[in-house]
Design a protein around this ligand. Structure first.
Ligand code: AMP
Length: 194
């Protein structure tokens, strides 16, 4: 199963991605995690993207495309994968299609977590104050949260329309408990033959 998990910041993508990855035995590929770990280990890539992440802006399509392209070529992708946080622009859809085409693969499903903005903002703000328990991120303060939502609406939301037209978008209600949401995703994937 080659999957994309899609949704606004605060939709619960990271949490659900871990569950899907464990249940379907496919690697969880999070561009946000990869970029944050590059920043933390102080690599050249990390130095290039640090400020962009801190501001809540998007890293360039070419840069993130290279990171994902390299990851998709690794042998552990043979059974499938779950992309989390990519593609995030319409241009990244084309970059992904090209990378998959070169490997003789295609996307099976795009799972879109649908959560009203009021709920995502509350979740992000509570993550911002989670502080000591390790859940807080450098990009989880109020000003940056607002910026990430603007970026999402302008640049990322149109991605769902493209996949809807292709007929591979599964729109999932992302409200309720973690188990509720996972149950809906599992049903949708089973219906899709996964
Ligand atoms: P995330 O953990 O998915 O919320 O990503 C955290 C940050 O990493 C984003 O706010 C962006 O700065 C950057 N990032 C992650 N994925 C992408 C992407 N596909 N394109 C551009 N920037 C990205």
């Amino acid at each position: 199963m080659n999957l994309v998990l899609f949704g606004p910041p605060g939709a619960g993508k990271g949490t659900q991605a871990k569950r899907i990855s464990a249940a379907w035995g496919i690697p969880h590929v999070s561009t946000g995690d990869m970029l944050r770990s590059a920043v933390q280990s102080g690599t050249e890539l990390g130095r290039q993207v640090k400020e962009i992440l801190e501001r809540g802006h998007l890293v360039s399509d070419a840069l993130v495309g290279d990171v994902v392209g390299a990851r998709l070529r690794s042998p552990d992708m043979a059974k499938g994968f779950l992309l989390d946080g990519f593609p995030r622009t319409v241009a990244q859809i084309e970059i992904l299609d090209r990378a998959l085409g070169n490997l003789g693969k295609k996307l099976d499903r795009v799972i879109s977590l649908e959560v009203p903005e009021k709920v995502t903002v509350e979740r992000l703000l509570s993550r911002a104050t989670a502080g000591d328990n390790g859940a807080a991120r450098a990009d989880d303060n109020q000003a940056v949260i607002r910026e990430r939502l603007v970026v999402y609406r302008q640049q990322t939301a149109p991605v769902a329309d493209v996949y809807r037209r292709q007929g591979i978008l599964a729109e999932i209600d992302g409200t309720g408990t973690i188990d509720d949401v996972f149950g809906r995703i599992a049903n949708a994937l089973q219906r899709a033959g996964a």
